[in-house]
Ligand binder design. Structure first.
Ligand SMILES: Nc1ncnc2c1ncn2[C@@H]1O[C@H](COP(=O)(O)OP(=O)(O)O)[C@@H](O)[C@H]1O
Ligand SMILES: [Mg+2]
Length: 369
């Protein structure tokens, strides 16, 4: 059995992050709203789930994934559905819990049925004819009141939080959520996001509603000293041995990206049994990810593509230096400036102490080929 997984990491497939778990638990328990940001596939959702599990006895966890939202109605319905599900799920007596919940969320129409197989309650929520904006304005307040009355605390996780910026009325929605969040006494917010530039702007721009409203926590790399033994251990669990040197090669190739580490390890676990080398598996990983990269690439303008490739190849310290612009035929500074800001906004590139680089390590390798 292959021990690696591409879904959320849990239990012994979740490596380390001890300090982050600790901090998030403390913040949630003391009502300190927190933003966790990191590139996509870095382990945010897994971390949030682990924290939610650890808090289980002290707080009700509500997990809302905003990734696919397309309208205000969507946001309102998702918030409500997840909140009502979580509150109902935690109650000993489901039907009395439902009527109690319905009493607090007055604008909602709730109905409940039981899954014929699992017997779990399935709750459906309808917004009725009340405007979605009104729902968003009142949902957090109603939840807070419910918590006060029931003497419970809620940890509200809003995953891919930056997506609310894509809504038509985003400014208004931001302001409403912000005031709900600020007034809440029994609800701690954990907001996760992968588009770091957008998220940072939301929380660090004076003119925006969320300015300085939350503790900001960039998710660091999982230390190699944890990752390497984790891989050796997990291979062993699957009945195969992996040398620490090869484990280190996997971690280095993936630049400590948890998703790629899981995927490369998963592939190598099978390839190794067939006698293939790690280098062949690395090639295979790049080939398997290629459609995803092609998709990103195809949506860029010619100038953005050129700049992205140049950054992948050169990792420049100074993007605007003449030699870099000339060597890669990047054209005018003004043009490069606008491509740069777009690529940053998409979180495709980032500036580090040692220069500019492509955020995703395997995408970078693909761009260089
Ligand atoms: N702490 C961890 N240890 C090992 N693997 C992890 C860890 N966190 C995440 N992963 C793996 O990384 C991948 C992406 O995780 P996910 O939590 O979905 O990231 P994100 O929400 O940042 O996109 C998954 O395959 C998951 O198994
Ligand atoms: Mg996620």
């Amino acid at each position: 059995m292959n021990p690696f997984r591409l879904t959320l990491a849990t239990d012994d497939l979740f490596c380390n992050r001890v300090a982050e778990i600790d901090l998030l638990m403390k913040n949630m328990l003391s009502g300190i709203h927190t933003v966790v940001y990191a590139p996509r596939r870095y382990g945010k959702s897994s971390l949030a789930r682990v924290v939610m599990g650890r808090l289980e006895k002290k707080m009700v966890g509500v997990y809302v994934d905003l990734f696919s939202i397309t309208s205000n109605e969507d946001v309102a319905a998702k918030l409500y559905r997840c909140i009502v599900q979580a509150l109902g799920h935690n109650a000993a007596d489901h039907s009395s819990a439902m009527s109690r919940i319905a009493g607090f969320f007055k604008n909602l129409r709730l109905s409940m049925s039981f899954d014929p197989i699992t017997k779990n309650p399935e709750i459906s929520v309808s917004l009725g004819d009340v405007n979605a904006v009104v729902h968003i304005e009142t949902v957090i307040g109603a939840l807070d009141e419910y918590c006060a009355k029931q003497k419970i605390k809620v940890c509200l996780i809003l995953d891919e939080f930056q997506e609310i910026c894509t809504l038509k009325d985003s400014k208004k929605i931001e302001a409403l959520l912000r005031s709900g969040m600020q007034a809440a006494k029994h609800v701690s917010f954990m907001m996760l996001g992968s588009r770091r530039t957008i998220l940072r702007d939301m929380f660090e721009d004076r003119k925006r509603p969320f300015y300085k409203s939350a503790y900001i926590m960039p998710l660091p790399k999982i230390p190699e000293t944890e990752m390497v033994p984790f891989l050796v251990r997990t291979f062993k669990k699957g009945g195969t041995s992996l040398s620490p040197e090869q484990a280190q090669q996997i971690v280095t190739f993936c630049d400590s990206y948890p998703y790629y580490i899981q995927k490369l390890s998963m592939l190598f676990f099978d390839m190794k049994a067939k006698g293939n080398a790690l280098s062949e598996t690395q090639e295979l990983l790049i080939a398997m990810e290629a459609p995803d990269y092609e998709n990103i690439f195809i949506n860029l303008t010619m100038n953005q593509k050129r700049l992205l490739q140049a950054i992948a190849k050169a990792r420049p310290i100074n993007i605007f230096s003449n030699s870099f612009l000339v060597e890669y035929h990047l054209g005018s500074q003004g043009g490069v400036q606008s491509s740069l800001s777009k690529l940053k906004k998409l979180d495709l590139i980032e500036q580090q102490k040692d220069g500019w680089k492509v955020v995703d390590p395997i995408f970078e390798k693909w761009l260089k080929t």
